[in-house]
Structure formats: structure tokens, C-alpha cells
Design a protein around this ligand. Structure first.
Ligand SMILES: Cc1cc2nc3c(=O)[nH]c(=O)nc-3n(C[C@H](O)[C@H](O)[C@H](O)COP(=O)(O)O)c2cc1C
Length: 337
């Protein structure tokens, strides 16, 4: 597919993005106990808003209390959180920097032992221990009523996100969290309509997308961050295959998502080398047709970012840890572009 320059503007659902460099979502564990921003959150995201990036995806916000990965995680689980999150969204509006917010349910991938003290039952597709979660959690298989209420929680969180002032949401369906657990045969052993073949393992994600779309209104952008496979590009295949992941991407394109960000599923987001998800992004871009695709992961050099966009592997590059280390990185790149 055709490439572009890092300086070329792009339109996503009527929103003009001035260039092709995005800030990837990076969880800061900076929220207060209710899931709202603290002065530290506002300081961190103020820097991101001023960093010169063309688009920001703000870190994962839990769609419900039992869908948290950490105590200090942001939440969009009640209408009071709409107001609480407005100062965050305002930071981006003030800088003219388009921002989406990521919405998530952690399922059985709890990152923080302190959550276990709250003693609520932890839900997952099946009673399978999460392969990459070190905590001793034996989750409970979600019943169909809980599946429906989870879909509603995603839709309600999306509605709150646009009311708070964000331009849209990114549904988190990678890195081993709930939607990712449903996609993977390693964590999903269900025998009902949500398990088995890939079209059934992807059903919850499709239902979430279909419920979130109307909740965003006409202008709200619906992005999905999809884990394309359970094994990293150079590793032996296991679990969710790349072929299955690309099928899901194609279906998401048909369902009318506005943007796709690709990453790893149960294998997570990290791998050796530069721009390690480049080939996956290229394949996903072909699969989703006209939907713009972001490639994130190990993009440390300007040349890597440029090659990925110019060669047509992706429309946008996402930078995570590089911007954490050097908040001026993108400004410096743009001076020599
Ligand atoms: C501390 C940390 C927190 C992260 N939090 C999130 C998150 O909230 N949502 C998400 O989708 N990815 C998250 N990621 C993954 C990043 O978005 C990104 O995919 C990863 O860091 C690889 O890109 P990079 O090499 O540019 O850092 C996180 C990564 C790190 C290191």
C-alpha cells in the first residue's frame, strides 16, 4: 500500500491530524483512589500535550471497578469520573493536540497485589490461570449476564470520555487484558458462543465495538488496539495466530472502526530490535482497507519512524518509552524533518 511522509496530515473521522507521530498509551499509576487525575497526572500529561506529537492515546482507564489492573489506575466507571477527567482532556484541548483515551477491563491480569485485598471475584473468559500474571489468581468464568454488563460498561465509559472532552476512545484488546483473554485460546476455553473458533472468541470484542460506536456520537473516534498474535514475530507460534488476528482486524474494518493500533496479544508489547511490529502493521493495513493503522514498538530512531510510514507499513507511528525518556524527542525530530 501507498506510503506517506511523517509530515503529511491525515484525517480520521473528520478530525485533521497534522502529522504521523503519536504518543502511545503509557500507564503512569498516577490516579487517585477514585480513578481520577492527581496533580502528578496533570504534570505528566501536560508534558505529553506539549511534546509536539500529532495525536495522543491516554493510558488505559478501567471501565468498571472490577476491571482495574491497579489501584492507582484511571477509571471512567461512573458519571462523577466525567467531571474528574475533564482537566486531563482540557490539557490537550489547550494545546490543540487531539487525544483519545484508552478504555479497558483487566480480566484476570491484575498487576497490583493490593487489589487482591479488596476480595472481589476476579473474572475472565474461563477458570484458567493467566499465563503471564505472577499473582496467585484463579479467576471465575464470566457468566452471560456479566458479559452483557461488561459490554455496557465499555459503552458507558466511551460516552463519559467524549463528555469529558476527549475526541474518542481506544478499546484495549491486547497485552493480555480481558478482551485479549477472550481472543486467545490459551485463556479462553469456553464452550458457548464466546469460545472455540476465532469468530466466537472475537465476539465480545465485536459486541463492545458495536456498543461503543453509538455511545460516541457522530464525531467521536473509535480506535481499537488489537493484539494480533500470542507469539512475537520471531517466536514459534502458539495460541492466537497471526492469521486469526488479521481476520479479526478485517472484521473490525467491516464494523466501521476509525483507527487500528497493532500490538501483541498475550505476548505483550516488547520485543528485540527496532520497529518490531512493522510487518504485522503492514499486513493489518492491507486487511483493514481504508482504516488508518498505527505501528508502535521499539521505534527509537527517526529513520525507523520514517521508513515505516514512507514504505507504507503504517499510517502513524506510536512512541512510548522514547517519549518517557526524552519528552522533547518528537520536537527534535520535527526540527530535522
Ligand atoms: C510503563 C508502561 C506502561 C504501558 N501502559 C500501556 C497502556 O496503558 N496501554 C497500552 O495499550 N499499552 C501500554 N504500554 C505499551 C506501550 O503503549 C507501547 O506499546 C510499548 O511501550 C512499546 O512501544 P515503545 O517501544 O515505543 O515503548 C505500556 C508500556 C510501558 C513500558
Amino acid at each position: 500500500m501507498k506510503g506517506a511522509s511523517l509530515r503529511d496530515p491525515l484525517e480520521i473521522r473528520g478530525l485533521r491530524i497534522e502529522g504521523r507521530i503519536a504518543a502511545a498509551p503509557i500507564a503512569t499509576a498516577s490516579a487517585d483512589h477514585d480513578g481520577g487525575p492527581t496533580p502528578r497526572s496533570l504534570e505528566i500529561y501536560g508534558r505529553v500535550a506539549r511534546s509536539g506529537v500529532d495525536l495522543v492515546v491516554v493510558e488505559h482507564h478501567a471501565v468498571c471497578r472490577k476491571g482495574r489492573a491497579r489501584v492507582a489506575q484511571f477509571r471512567l466507571d461512573s458519571d462523577s469520573m466525567t467531571e474528574a477527567n475533564r482537566p486531563m482532556a482540557d490539557l490537550f484541548l489547550a494545546e490543540g493536540c487531539p487525544a483519545l483515551v484508552q478504555i479497558n477491563h483487566a480480566g484476570s491480569q491484575i498487576r497490583d497485589e493490593a487489589l487482591l485485598a479488596e476480595k472481589y471475584p476476579i473474572s475472565a473468559p474461563s477458570e484458567v490461570k493467566h499465563p503471564s500474571c505472577p499473582l496467585p489468581i484463579r479467576p471465575r468464568a464470566m457468566e452471560s449476564a456479566e458479559i452483557s454488563s461488561t459490554v455496557e460498561s465499555f459503552a458507558a465509559a466511551a460516552r463519559r470520555a467524549v463528555s469529558a472532552g476527549y475526541r474518542g476512545v481506544q478499546v484495549h484488546a491486547c497485552h493480555g487484558y480481558l478482551l485479549s483473554q477472550f481472543l486467545s485460546p490459551l485463556t479462553n476455553a469456553r464452550r458457548d458462543g464466546y469460545g472455540g473458533r476465532i469468530r466466537d472468541r472475537a465476539r465480545l470484542l465485536f459486541e463492545v465495538v458495536e456498543a461503543v460506536r453509538p455511545a460516541l456520537g457522530n464525531e467521536g473516534i473509535l480506535s481499537v488496539r488489537l493484539g494480533l498474535s500470542d507469539s512475537l514475530p520471531k517466536d514459534p507460534p502458539e495460541g492466537l495466530s497471526l492469521e486469526e488476528g488479521l481476520w479479526v482486524a478485517r472484521e473490525l474494518g467491516r464494523l466501521g472502526i476509525d483507527h487500528l493500533d497493532v500490538s501483541g496479544n498475550l505476548c505483550g508489547y516488547d520485543a528485540p530490535g527496532e520497529g518490531y511490529f512493522g510487518d504485522w502493521a503492514r499486513a493489518a493495513r492491507e486487511a483493514v482497507g481504508r482504516v488508518p493503522v498505527t505501528c508502535t514498538g521499539g521505534i527509537r530512531k527517526l529513520e525507523t519512524a520514517r521508513d515505516l510510514v514512507e514504505s507504507g507499513a503504517c499510517d502513524i507511528v506510536g512512541i512510548g518509552r522514547g517519549l518517557q525518556k526524552d519528552p522533547d524527542l518528537v520536537r527534535k525530530w520535527k526540527e530535522i524533518l
